[in-house]
Write a protein that binds this ligand. Sequence first.
Ligand code: GLA
Length: 782
Amino acid sequence: MIEHRDGTFYLQTAHTSYWFTVTEHGHLEHIHYGPRLAIQDPSALRWSRVARGGSTVAYVPEDVRYSLDTLPLEFSGIGQGDYRTSPCEIRIPHVGYDLDLVHTGHAIHAGTLSARTLPTAHGSPSEATTLVVDLVDERAGIAVALHYTVFAAADVITRRVVVRNTGAAEVVVEKLLSFQLDLPEATLGDAPRLITLDGAWIAETHAHDRPLGPGFSGVSSSTGSSSNRHNPGFLLAATDAGEDHGRVHGFNLVYTGNHHSSVERGATGLLRVAGGINPQGFSWPLSPGEEFETPEAVLAFADTGFNGLSERMHRFVNDHVLPPRFRRTPRPIVYNSWEAISFDVSERRLLKQARRAADLGMELFVIDDGWFAGRKDDTAGLGDYTVDATKFPRGLDPLVAKLAKLGLQAGIWVEPEMVNEDSDLYRAHPEWALRIPGKPPRPGRQQHVLDLCNPDVCDYLVDSVGALLDAHDFRYVKWDMNRHLADAHSPHVRAPGMTAHQYVVNLHDVLRRIFEPRPHVLLETCSSGGNRFDLAMLSHSAMIWASDDTDPIERLEIQQGLSYLYPLSTISAHVSNAPHQQTLRDTPLSTRFNVACFGVLGYEYDLELLSSEERKEVREQIAFYRAHRDLFQYGRFRRHRKPHPDRFVWQVDDGERTIVGNFQRRITAAPAPDLLPVVGLEPGTTYRVRSKPQRLMIDRFGDLINHVTPVRLDPRGMVLSTAAKFTSLTDAAEEYVGTGALLAQGIRLHHQFSGTEYHPGIRMLGDHGSTLYVVERLEEGP
Ligand code: GLA
């Protein structure tokens, strides 16, 4: 997996190669990151240096053709003639910023090497190999260790950096990124593309794809978290790359805090990609002998398009990022009380929902916000995790016991990093909230952020959440965090620029201390939805609540964006009521399920209000999901090229079974026939493709229903609304047969309703309609 030969390092995964070499002056020259190549003399791939570059500065007077500005480098110093962005700025007393990092040695270790302060990916010696390359600037008194871990079968390479002050005086790290990669631009065509996942609250991780312009492009966050504005993960793609072809690089960070990644397109023919902790507001003093380590960066490459890249990232996250205790385990179908009951929880109200949830086949019942003392709304209670005696006079245990009798596991919501001013904790310890000295802290969602740099605060969280979990038989925790950091000042760090990062380091320590000793507790994290959807949170949890937006039409963008880098087993997705709480959009129950099932399914609405037809529909949805759960959570997920901006096609398969989802955001009048490609099947084997049966609720048709009923009905009258509760139409039952080779051409789906007639073969999609197609093997090919 890692070979060192004649000064060159060869990092080999199953399908990719990553090579770099030590130059005659001791710098690390990047050679290749792309398709796997046999190990050989790499000279033909090295950057030419036969001519002196114009406007360049020579590294040494006796070798004027050696300029660091025109070399592809593994990790640049600063002030040595490389004018591209530097991954490190370390302020050295009496010198300022001058760092010349040259190679002194290396070591290769079997397996992964854990970081001291931050979560990192894990892998056994048979799965991973780690290379540590040492670089030193003796005059500055700085040693840098570049860590590379090769996950051969997963086709992923991770990188991180450890810096050590080997001098006699304090230095200050003002910027230290996790990686730098100088890629020859031409390997990505004449217009390389950057794809980022951006958004806002209830509109997270929308994928944006644009050609790289000259200069800097990139993403960052300064919210104290990985943020809903720009996810730390991004992709670089060749001009002509598509879902199933072309070269794509993927990058992500195992980090929950302020991040910064950039791609710099200069005139040298090289793209400099770099990423790590956001240097804005960051500074970290290092006394002699002290070390600082960066978060781990995750790098993957595929020449099989975006889907190929996603498959590698998905496998890596499932097998090497998620805690081993959640590795490939089935995630339960959750009922969550939030959208139905909000803060107004009580044993009676929850039990009413629980009875329905159990009856419909759900498996785990989550008591969301509102259960603890004083929590009448979002102005009070955060900080005090004792049960509200007015809502639960007998405590939570009788409820948990009744849930168990119904066959439901119990789960609980907490938001431990936060405090309301109206809480016993704040009254006792106002100094525990982050604040700028002399200024009142600024509220966000009526709450303040606890100072996790303070070890007493961390102990309080570990003890109070630990006690809650030990006192009740909870099998699940939803760990929420509902605001951004501001006033990021703590008296418990040596310098103000340390607060945001130390907060994150301590948060991970708190999560580790609470959850590692309690492996029976499934952890789902959340931050106003997807404000902290990142690999570091996933190193503790099984899944993340992807968005407070449960409208399936919005979720199409959100979940599709996440799917570039995160596996479906981590994407928590619930069916909720319509019109939607977040958008007022009305969508069919079938579509709400059809989107949520491409992820970890749950339900989050008032089950008492379901009509008998809706109950039948939900029961069947759950049975269907249970039958195909491993496929929806761990199957290979593929995005099909969008045939139209308003259509999404998703596929999951595992070699045996295949399910394809066809989603229509908006109907266009007189639609052309839709094609539905089914890919990845054996070309000569014959398959049957059938639509999953689903109900068309008749009240959706309003006055139009009179076209098919023998008597005239008032669309707003009692008869129709009563009938709609107990009867429904079946959506078009479609069936297609063909070999794998034929189906890959694109099934010509039945015609959609287009105003001319209705009969049972017509697909009734309209706006927001969708269908799941289940592929079944009929007979082996010759
Ligand atoms: C956040 C979460 C929601 C819910 C509420 C409770 O907004 O994202 O799912 O838990 O908090 O206050």
